[in-house]
Design a protein around this ligand. Sequence first.
Ligand SMILES: O=C(O)CCC(=O)C(=O)O
Ligand SMILES: [Fe+2]
Length: 321
Amino acid sequence: MSRKHRKPGSLDVRSEPVWRPIGCLNQVSGVALYPHNRSQPALIDAPSPPLLQNYYGQRRPDKKRDAPDGLVRNPKPLKDPEQKMNDLVSEWVDQPMRTISASEANIIPSCGSSSRSKDDNRSYHAGIWHPPTQSDVPFYSKDALQFPIKAMMSAFAKIAGRGARQALQKYDRDVYVRLTHTHFLSPFLADYSKGDLAMTKAELVDLKLGRVGTMLAIADGQSEGWHFDRGDDDDTYSVVFVFGEGGWDTSEKQGNLVIPQLNLEFELNVGDVLFFQASHLLHYVLPLNPEDTDKRIVLTVFTCKRLSNHFKRYGFPRPSV
Ligand SMILES: O=C(O)CCC(=O)C(=O)O
Ligand SMILES: [Fe+2]
């Protein structure tokens, strides 16, 4: 199933439901979930069976970053995802929580820089980014210069409001603080020359993105196959916002997002927001029926690893006096 895009600008703010954060997810704190009918999140521990830990790359525990219980918080990417995935699937075939059918055992997880950018012509990437292969400095993406996309970003900023950010503050304060810096400073670092325009204040508003990242990926339907988003910074989060008209057939869990490394599957409804580490956690969305593709539109806010590294390497700029 390929990823198609909805025509930019078709986001209708008035018809959107209130978005509810599902919450933050990482291997340590488990999952915070805001079901539609609850005002308080329910915490669910990630029931990652021990065998799945083997699928994380190894690195030495880091006292500052890792949980006191010794769980590695941000494991290295898998070295050989295809093989590991096949092993994983075959080991899971009889497990009750698994969500992968045997017929999918030959899936090939894409492991490029970011599978989001693979079919560039059919998805949009708007904001400040720093993909692995282009440019030495972060830049303002061309997509973000198109009027309909800008309109979409503004609409998104209004809809995203503060909910996602508040969830982040509550569940992962460290990332919240880091992301606040990165989000605030990256417009000053970015190269706008590709756009050939001076940024006005109004245009900067477009970059708000709920202030949970610096880039917005826009796609409808669902992402293509198993993948990592390798370019994303896992010291922050990739934040998936689901909307669209909704009402797609879910009789076979279509549209659910599956994270096999955590042994978790999320039923994502319109209005849900999921935080997770997309560069280390293999994920997959169960295909929608072809006639339903347009009913689900996903906006993913993320921050590029290279952009974050830039700040780590050079430190935060000091205000000039
Ligand atoms: O369609 C989805 O829910 C997931 C989107 C996704 O994986 C991505 O944007 O990288
Ligand atoms: Fe993804």
